[in-house]
Design a protein around this ligand. Sequence first.
Ligand code: BGC
Length: 392
Amino acid sequence: MNLYEKSIEVILANQHQSGAYIACPIFPNYRYCWLRDGSFIAYAMDLSGNHSSAGKFYRWVGRVIDRYSEKVTILASQLQNGQKPDPTGILNTRFTLEGYEEADQGWGNFQVDGYGSWLWGLAEHINITKDHTLLAELAEAITTTIEYLKLVWGLPNYDCWEEHPEYLHPYSLSTTVGGLAAINSLRLQGLINIPELEIEQLIGTIKQTMVEKAVVDGRFIKHIQVGQPTQKLPPQILNGPDASLLGIAVPYGVFPIQDETMSATVEAIEKELWLAGGGVYRYQGDVYYGGGEWILLSAWLGWYYCRAGEPAKAQQLRGWIESTANENGELPEQVCENPLAPKEKPVWLDKWGPVASPLLWSHAMYIILVNEIEKATNHAGATLPGIGGPGR
Ligand code: BGC
């Protein structure tokens, strides 16, 4: 079985009957479903023709959001009255597979990005499947999400690596813009009946914030400082590149690939985060498991290259990803053979055991990359080896 088929198999085998995708079945801390991981996984399922799996996931998200929508009403009135919102009054980043908040509230659950991501993924699902009934079913959850994003997009929250909760993050802002724009386009086509909610103004405001606050030396930065954080980040971290910034252009389309700031950002990612002949680091200064090369980010850079008309570089990254699969064809979260902070690696191994594998998000990004390479190179309609056959 090739890695493409294996990736589909890993994802389907680890989708709970509820529709939730577990982040990793064997890593204790990852036995939950994240909206962030899940949205990319569902997108990969759509690209590989497994639409019912993706649909089940979006229905699961809809049920979760409906279950906790009361929190958004309370949050709105707290913010309106100038009260500091209760830290548990936000919508969580991850849930049990049955769709409930976890009992232990110790995880940094205030992460805004997944709420933009699911709107983006859902819109892609609808564009691909034309399942307008599902859209109607989810109208309330979509409306709640938009109302929630309006309230929280500008509040400091954890980034997509679940760090630095005292800052704002250009990646997270881009998910909000991308998700809102994708849903708004369905609304403008008359495909969904939701209130107007001033979505366009909101998109404009967030984009303006990015232009004004997220650019230093002509590139997008990792974090935006708001107020006076108790944990001050050094400028090289604050302003440095982070591979997740690729998302600003692909897939969220906040700024086009040709945008000068975007190209300068990708140049910095290539220079500072792409190991020659290897994979892509999250950011300089990463210590998690010593800070290794991430499979999903390597695929993400390849995805970007396909859209930028550079599929040869994407092929190179694909080759590296394939070399990281274990003998069962499983992809880990990261490979720590060339860590940025070698001393930190044993600390995490002692604390949480071996690196998470198989990570469903890694498999999903590989599926996305293979599809993108095919699109970028296959003008004659031939099928690339390793893709096609059953499951597609
Ligand atoms: C990553 C998150 C991810 C989670 C589950 C964390 O280590 O930083 O981005 O959502 O794992 O895969």
